[in-house]
Design a protein. Structure first.
Lengths: 340, 340
DNA sequence: GAACCTTACGCAAACGTTTGCGTGTGGAAA
DNA sequence: TTTCCACACGCAAACGTTTGCGTAAGGTTC
């Protein structure tokens, strides 16, 4: 087992100094052509690769972006990561991904761990628990130590930093408008509890659309779901015998669950009831009927977030002090679960 | 902006030496109680955290596991990652995830980058291109430099290392047997081209099951798909007017695509034709009808892979020289797309 | 008062790099 | 022969840690 070769070993072997080797590999004019060639040949032979750790220590930067997301097994978040990776790789950055599993503690641990030397900056979507707890000290501390943070999707208004979001309310309004425009009048909404920022915003968008159409908001048409993973019974109960002609679901899972439940209840989608979802994931695309939905353009979010972060990392201090919020356009994807 | 505080700064501020600070923080008996308390108070106040990079350099290990997968936006792989993270976090390891995007070059780049100081060992599922190209020098080089590698799912027989797989052939056989046992006789298979190792194995399992039932293998019931992302037309053409009573699809996407196509062709699932898939992802669970499938237990794979790797990383050299292949059991999940 | 022991700390090397600057050697110019 | 200048290289510091060992100061013992 040939251990990894270092400058020191090359130097010893060739009977020159470490600095000579280092300079030779960098084609420094200080070193004679002869020595340069010898060193490079040797380095190639032994497959020398500079040690990243040592470089990070010396340069005081790691060329690494830390991404922390609430869930790793989640289509939307992975598309965002895809976007981040794209930009990062282009610009010579590495990407470290950690999941907080929606736990505040794990978010703090991961952030602190990565912040203590492993990453230069962060792209972060906060855990559910963090939103509930409203404790953001870890994020602020990271920033105060000079490491830029870009928040995306589940952001925090109180924290001043770069952000990438979609206009959730507007997206929801678009969705609701679409239902209204095809003639639906009695539109139920399946949403989350209010402390989930995006859920609340989407609910607001729904209400705004109704008001614009002069349709009174009805308490009994709104279902706020706490336990996302066990929503089927709740949705089934809610939808049962309800006098509605459309359902707006604030995420994909709610949408397909509604579709399944309605199917069992003997209602036809889209003929009896239209369904529109939010997030364009695998499910929406492949379900039968395929689901009309609002696309969040996750990859774009990742791309923009990475660009913002890298700008800040590489920018001179002038740029550093201003913070931007990028709003990604949502778009309506019409499929078969709604029809005119 | 208070930059990150180091031992040196604390030492200067308290007018002691760096080593005193370091020892004090570690509660060394060498240091007087008084000094220890003073140092610790100061360190806490300034939120001192040891710099990981420096520690990695000194200890010559990073306490980080590198995971390289072919695709990040992929349910199965993310479940594996979930398993890896679980074990890693328990044992105090960090996880770096990189995607090769099914590109050989990117796989090499990522591996080399992580290998040069960023990770102590790797968990890897190789890119499609790598399987095609049969070039494994990067993996072997990494191992020869003393960094253990665990291959999972898409493994390489020629490379000697720890591996975690499922018995793909057996899983496929189980699937096919299930179809046979409920009375199907004319079973088509939707599979991948042969160079994808798992696709080939699953095809073999299908053939084995047929033979065991004395059913002759028919060329026209086998479709080998190359372009996974655009399979719909191909599947539609293949299935059209075919005299079959069941379809075995080697992955989830093929399964739902078949279901959709059959739906359009006026065939009812499961009444006219049964469908069974492979991989228990979101789609199988939520599709209507929900799909009977073979679960690969991705999280378990991740858990086992991480354990193998960490054993090797922490083991004495006795363990180091033997390699193990763990075979994860698959299981049949019966849902509505097949019925007796 | 001398010899010795604790106690409490500092020194320095090491991990693998990079890089400004100092320096020995050789040859050319005077 | 002396002076000077390139050339080609090495030294050493720095990044932030850890840790074995050396040592000064002070106290105890006879």
């Amino acid at each position: 087992m040939k251990r990894k070769v270092t400058l020191k070993q090359i130097a010893k072997e060739l009977d020159v100094s470490i600095s000579t080797v280092s300079k030779a590999l960098k084609d420094s004019a200080e070193i004679s052509l002869d020595t340069r060639q010898k060193v490079k040949a040797f380095a190639k032979l032994y497959n020398y690769k500079p040690n990243n750790i040592a470089l990070s220590l010396k340069n005081r930067k790691t060329k690494t972006i830390g991404v922390i997301i609430p869930e790793i097994v989640h289509h939307f978040f992975t598309t965002v990561i895809g976007g981040v990776e794209k930009v990062a790789n282009e610009k010579g950055y590495n990407v470290i991904i950690c999941s907080s599993n929606n736990s505040f503690d794990k978010e703090v641990i991961n952030l602190e761990m990565l912040a203590s030397g492993s990453a230069d900056g962060f792209i972060l979507s906060v855990a559910k628990e963090t939103q509930l707890k409203k404790d953001y000290h870890h994020i602020e501390e990271t920033m105060s130590q000079g490491m830029p943070v870009v928040l995306f999707d589940r952001i925090i208004d109180e924290v001043v930093c770069d952000k990438v979001i979609i206009d959730d309310a507007k997206g929801a309004q678009t969705a609701t408008n679409h239902l209204l425009s095809i003639g639906c009048k009695k539109i139920a909404i399946l949403t989350t509890v209010d402390y989930i920022s995006v859920g609340k915003l989407r609910t607001n968008g729904y209400l705004r659309a109704l008001r614009a159409y002069d349709i009174p908001e009805k308490e009994e048409l709104i279902l706020k779901i706490e336990d996302i993973d066990n929503c089927e019974a709740e949705i089934s109960e809610f939808l049962k015998d309800k006098d509605i002609d459309a359902v707006f679901a604030v995420n994909e899972l709610f949408a397909v669950t509604a579709a399944k439940v309605l199917d069992r209840q003997g209602k036809k989608v889209p003929d009896d009831i239209a369904i529109i979802g939010f997030t364009d994931g695998i499910l929406s695309k492949h379900f039968i009927p395929s689901l009309t939905t609002i696309s969040q353009h996750g990859e774009d979010m990742g791309i923009r977030a990475a660009k913002l972060l890298i700008d800040k990392l590489e920018g001179d201090d002038a740029v550093t002090e201003e913070y931007r919020t990028v709003i990604i356009d949502t778009s309506l994807i019409e499929r078969k679960s709604t029809k005119k």
